[in-house]
Design a protein around this ligand. Sequence first.
Ligand SMILES: NC(=O)c1ccc[n+]([C@@H]2O[C@H](COP(=O)([O-])OP(=O)(O)OC[C@H]3O[C@@H](n4cnc5c(N)ncnc54)[C@H](O)[C@@H]3O)[C@@H](O)[C@H]2O)c1
Length: 278
Amino acid sequence: MSTVTDTTGWTPAKRLDGKVAVVVGAGQSPGEGLGNGRAAAIRFAREGARVLAVNRSIDSAEETAEMIRKEGNEAVAFKCDIRHEADIIAAIGEARRRWGALDVLHNNVGVSLGGGDADLMEITEERFDNIYQTNLRGVAFTCKHALAIMREQRSGAIVNVGSAAAVGLYPYVAYKATKAGVNAMTEQLALQNARYNIRINAILPGLIATPMAVETRARQFGKSRDELMAERAAKVPLGRQGTGWDVANLALFLASDEASFITGVCILVDGGRVLNRI
Ligand SMILES: NC(=O)c1ccc[n+]([C@@H]2O[C@H](COP(=O)([O-])OP(=O)(O)OC[C@H]3O[C@@H](n4cnc5c(N)ncnc54)[C@H](O)[C@@H]3O)[C@@H](O)[C@H]2O)c1
């Protein structure tokens, strides 16, 4: 298994030294390139965190954990489908059982086309429910069980990965509406948990060159990977798609004490894409 090279020239500064981080959605969809959750898990571990790499596909989580361990850092894979509360309780409980605390919850799971999303005139109840259970209810319930521990500790940071689709143009309403729900939930939970010294923020990625975004769409629209990559890059004012590292860099900042006065914000990582709506 190969290690992944950081393309942003990042130098680790141990911003999460000794912290316990649960990264939910720490695997990635099959295909070329780096997913957002895997990048965050690797970045957190390089900065000193012990990482529980949680994912529905245990093989994919194990691949991430193995990449981290190969670099001499600490990670354990854990199987969990966030559509089931019992799985979430087991995953969050495992971090505390193993390492005695929960400092960071990174909620990376999200599905759109790969989860059955479609134009509203074509989507079925079952597919809509799957997007909702994954993108909104699942994220709410990981927060629920992490917050129970963080309130006891009187410390913690939660980073929710939403989407620029929540505030920009997006053709599929199940994804857009559930991601808009993540923003609303982030603000509300931030307000209700500030008194416990818990910070909750969201990242809204734009067009990121992850296997989930590129490969799924190439298949769906019958295009080559290169064609799709070029089309996506052309939509971004900064002239390129983002990478998992661009998302992970903000996740690290929000999870770290450097962001100790920041809570309840939803920050775009989109190369200016949302400015370019017309
Ligand atoms: N790639 C983009 O362009 C883009 C843009 C905006 C937002 N995002 C958001 O970034 C996040 C990660 O996206 P990515 O492109 O890296 O995707 P990805 O599919 O590679 O990563 C998501 C991970 O979550 C896992 N997962 C899916 N359903 C799950 C479930 N029910 N329980 C547990 N694990 C589950 C998948 O197996 C995968 O490992 C998502 O929330 C996505 O909505 C991505």
